[in-house]
Design a protein around this ligand. Structure first.
Ligand SMILES: CCCCCCCC/C=C\CCCCCCCC(=O)N[C@@H](CO)[C@H](O)/C=C/CCCCCCCCCCCCC
Ligand SMILES: [Ca+2]
Ligand SMILES: [Zn+2]
Length: 275
């Protein structure tokens, strides 16, 4: 009997609308199987950008650490779980969506957090990455205590990333790097405005019959992550693999306003001897 109840509880976690979260978009408006149609479809944008970023960052990843590829590989899963969450609004969907974001953040911190900002008792990146891993595991467990707070906590990481970026950019005068930094911050500001507006201004947007801000957030946040992660990887390359002579370019065209940024390496391990 106890087994029956616990398996019933388990299926309850997968049940449609079992999450406490419900975004502004009308439920079942465009499909009887998909709770929030536009929020689900816009999550598919992750599948468009992630493979391109995997391809663009390959030369840098090969030189620095192939684990860099995990970032955009995991972003494909973030997109998948986000689509599943909005399709069902299930508790399991919510946790998969949020925990996959937490683990991408953990990975990015472990890989790229600048050495000179490490706490003084940490001497090398391996120890720092282990500490980040432990914090990520503990936060994963804590996320089940008050699941409605998770999204707010995750958004706070963006503030810490921007603060750390500010410290790193203080001495930068390169116009191309500054442009990438301001574009990343600008995209994030637009994205978070959509997220907050969807969360707290829903009755206003319903009156205007425009309930798609959370879907727009999905698109803007992927672009912000593409810009911010490339910028951080570029700063990291300058510090960790200076012989590779990193520079920034945009795909598909370097002159476009809204291309995807990537790192070009003009030197390789073969030219390392000179340094
Ligand atoms: C030294 C660290 C470098 C970090 C580089 C960037 C790392 C990006 C890490 C995570 C990717 C976030 C992907 C967002 C997916 C959104 C899915 C979604 O919409 N989920 C919502 C529910 O559907 C949920 O409510 C959202 C929760 C909030 C997520 C907050 C993510 C923080 C993203 C940080 C982006 C930094 C941008 C900095 C710009 C200068
Ligand atoms: Ca809804
Ligand atoms: Zn979402």
């Amino acid at each position: 009997m106890a087994g029956f109840y616990s398996s019933e509880k388990m299926t309850g976690l997968f049940a449609y609308e079992s999450s406490d979260l419900d975004w502004c978009e009308d439920n079942y408006r465009h499909s009887e199987h998909i709770v929030e149609y536009f929020n689900t479809m816009s999550s598919l944008f992750f599948f468009v950008i992630s493979p391109i970023m995997l391809y663009l960052l390959h030369p840098y990843a090969r030189e620095r650490n192939l684990a860099v590829h995990l970032v955009w590989t995991m972003m494909i899963f973030v997109g998948l779980f986000s689509a599943y969450f909005h399709m069902t609004l299930s508790f399991m969907g919510q946790m998969l969506d949020e925990l996959s974001i937490l683990w991408v953040l953990g990975l990015c911190y472990g890989l790229w957090f600048p050495r000179r900002l490490f706490p003084s008792f940490i001497k090398d990146r391996t120890t720092f990455s282990r500490l980040v891993m432990m914090i990520t595991v503990v936060t994963t467990l804590c996320s089940f205590v008050k699941p409605t707070a998770n999204a707010y906590l995750l958004n706070c990481f963006a503030l810490h990333i921007i603060y750390s970026l500010g410290l790193e950019m203080r001495t930068c005068t390169d116009p191309k790097v500054l442009r990438l930094c301001w574009s990343a911050v600008g995209l994030w500001v637009l994205a978070i405005s959509c997220w907050i507006s969807d969360r707290f201004g829903c009755s206003f947007w319903q009156k205007l019959n425009f309930c798609y801000l959370h879907g727009i957030w999905h698109i803007l946040i992927v672009m912000a992550v593409a810009y911010a992660s490339t910028l951080i990887a570029y700063l990291d390359a300058n510090y960790e693999i200076p012989y590779s002579l990193p520079s920034l370019q945009y795909w598909p065209n370097d002159n476009w306003v809204l291309g995807l940024p990537y790192i070009v390496l003009k030197g390789t391990t073969k030219t390392q001897k000179i340094f």
